[in-house]
Structure formats: C-alpha cells, structure tokens
Design a protein around this ligand. Structure first.
Ligand SMILES: [Zn+2]
Length: 369
C-alpha cells in the first residue's frame, strides 16, 4: 500500500510517489528527463527536448476548445538535496522516502523535493487526464532551477508556442501571483582621509541593536526602523551639537534585509563625554516613542572605548552623514491599480567601513514597473 493512500487528488499523489523514487539533484536531471519522455510516449503525447535539457510535452485541445489560447504550465525537474548528518543517503542513486505525519508529507532523513516535485506531478496528472476539458496545453519542465536557472535562462522563445504561462513553483497554496517586482542594486563608495585623533580626547562606542529588520521585498512598507538611518540621525545630531569625529560606522548586512543593527565609534573632548551620553540617551527614548509597539526591542547604548588610531577628516565625515541622511529608504510609490501594493521601494541596506579608507553604501531597489 502506498504511503499516500487516501490523499486527494490521487493521480497527483501517484505521480509524486514515482517522482520521489528518481534521484534528481540540479545538473543531474538525466533520469527524471527520461521518466518524463517515457510518460509522454506511454500516453501518446508529443514530446521534445532542447539542447540544455528542458522538456516540453503537449496535449491537444479537448473537443470544442480548439479556439482557446494555448496555456503553458511550467515547473522545474531538479530539487535541493539536504539530509540529516546521521542519515545514510546517496543522492545519485537513493530514492527519497516520503512519510506522512499529522497530515504533513515529509521525507525520512532528507528533503522531500516537493519543490518542485509536486509541480511536476500536477502537470503529469493534467496531461494524463482523459476527461480534461481544456484548450491546447504545453507542459514545460526546466532543468537546474535551484543552482543557476540555466534551464530557464537558455530557453529558446520558440521552444513552446503558448503566450500564457503558469509557473507551478510557489510556496503559497491557493494564491496566484500575477506579477513580480524587478530589482537592482545601487552601491555608493567614497574615500576619506584618515586623521590621528587628539591623544587627550576620549572615544565612545555607540551600539544600536534589537530592531525587527525584515525582508526588503516583503516588509519594506511596514515602517520598521532602519539601523543605518537611526544611527545616522544620532551622529548628525551629535555632530551639530559637539565637535565629534567619526572613526567607524558599520551597519546592516545582506542587501535584501532591512538593517537591524549599527555600530559606531566617535571621538570627542573628554569634557563633552557626559553631555554626549545624555543626548544619546534622550535620543534613544525619543526614537522608542516614535516607533511605539513596532520596535519595542530597540536598544541604543553608549560606552567608553579605546581611542582609535584614526578618525575621518571633517569634510568627508560631513559628506557621509549628509548622504546617508538624504538617502531614501522604504516604499517610494504605491500601485494605482491594486490596493496595498508597493510599486517601487528602496532599501538602504548597509554602510561599511572597508580597507584603504573606503566606505561602501549598499542599497537595493525593487519596482513592478
Ligand atoms: Zn522551486
């Protein structure tokens, strides 16, 4: 008896069980490709392959639907292979063993490969359905999605004829995506002149941690704090009230993440240190109040540290803080066609002090137009 007995629709689960038995890591799709071609031949369906290894199986329209537009269904043949350290599994020969626990399908000791095995299984079930009422269907199976997308990237535009394509590789059940934002990265770099600080001065380290962060694609409009922006605002404020010199300012990490932390070291006259701490603490309370419930875990702390060997020259320090202050972050425009859809956004992702007195500012933009 199959582990999937009772799961519906049964044709999909039957094909998925077949697919689980076929090793198919990225760039090793030979066996799954042969399985697809055999399936097509067994079911009297047209099949072709291109030079990179993509497969297309076509199904003629059912009676009375000949005039409908051709629809392309697409999935990818390969899967990501991860396994538990102690589980013996050879990805080049061993089958994935599906198990069902508490209504969830997973695999014994390894990844299941439902991404995108369930996409393949859905296409095969549709192709094999003798009672399907549908116009001409083209089922496209691409290779190597998980490690470079070489299948999709090398696809010839006349490999298939349909101009409506449904990609069957999403994580959200019951949701149809009709578009996707494009993205780009904009990187700014600048150099500064390193200057030796006055030996009589003191150094203060400011740490900003505990922000929510989030994904720049999914959460840019939620109003979470940006650690680079907040640290800039503090340094800007301090530099307007006191004679401070910035030694380092690092914040943020990945380009698609809203930055959660930032750290800086500043140098100032000893007599000003107490007042700098007071201003910083007041600033912290102001920011906490501004964000309210959104950023309850924000922490800004300031403490004395060793005097650094160099600080920024004043001219470039002003340029850096002014640039970061002006640099936009967040949703820039909203769709006029769909409610609550961000159309264009930008993420001020990171600022990093690097080798040879260079500062690198990384930003990413997304837009659906
Ligand atoms: Zn996928």
């Amino acid at each position: 008896m199959s582990v999937f007995t009772g799961l519906k629709p049964s044709p999909i689960w039957n094909y998925f069980e077949d697919i689980c038995r076929i090793p198919r890591l990225s760039k090793n799709e030979g066996r799954i490709r042969r399985y697809l071609v055999d399936f097509a031949l067994k079911n009297n369906l047209d099949v072709k392959e291109d030079s990179i290894g993509n497969v297309l199986i076509s199904k003629e329209p059912s009676h009375g639907t000949e005039k409908r537009k051709t629809v392309v269904l697409q999935s990818h043949m390969d899967m990501v292979g991860e396994k538990n350290a102690e589980y013996p599994h050879d990805w080049s020969v061993d089958p994935v063993i599906p198990i069902v626990t508490d209504g969830w399908v997973s695999a014994r000791g390894t990844t299941l490969g439902a991404d995108d095995g369930i996409g393949l299984a859905s296409q095969l079930a549709v192709l094999a359905d003798k009672n399907l009422k549908a116009g001409r269907l083209e089922c496209l199976f691409t290779v190597d999605e998980e490690s470079g997308m070489t299948g999709a990237l090398n696809l010839d535009s006349d490999f298939f004829s349909g101009r409506i394509l449904l990609n069957l590789d999403s994580e959200d059940e019951g949701i149809l995506y009709i578009g996707c934002a494009g993205g780009m990265e904009t990187i700014g770099t600048m150099k500064y002149k390193p200057v030796s600080p006055d030996k009589q001065h003191t150094a203060l380290e400011i740490s900003l941690t505990g922000l929510h962060g989030g994904h720049s694609g999914d959460e840019i409009h939620k109003g979470y704090g940006n650690s680079v922006k907040i640290m800039t605002r503090l340094l800007w404020k301090l530099s307007n009230q006191f004679d401070i010199s910035v030694s380092i300012f690092n914040g943020g990490n990945l380009r698609n993440a809203i930055p959660r932390e930032a750290f800086s070291v500043i140098v100032a006259d000893r007599s000003a240190a107490g007042e700098i701490r007071n201003v910083t603490e007041k600033f912290y309370l102001t920011v906490l109040e501004e964000f309210g419930k959104l950023e309850e875990n924000l922490k800004i702390s300031i403490r004395e540290t060793d005097l650094p060997t160099t600080v920024m020259d004043k001219e470039n320090q002003l340029k850096l803080l002014a640039s970061l202050n002006c640099c936009p972050h967040g949703a820039i425009a909203w769709s006029q066609e769909m409610e609550n859809l961000v159309e264009t956004s930008t993420n001020l992702a990171s600022v990093k002090f690097e080798e040879e007195n260079e500062i690198r500012i990384n930003t990413t933009q997304r837009s659906s137009i």
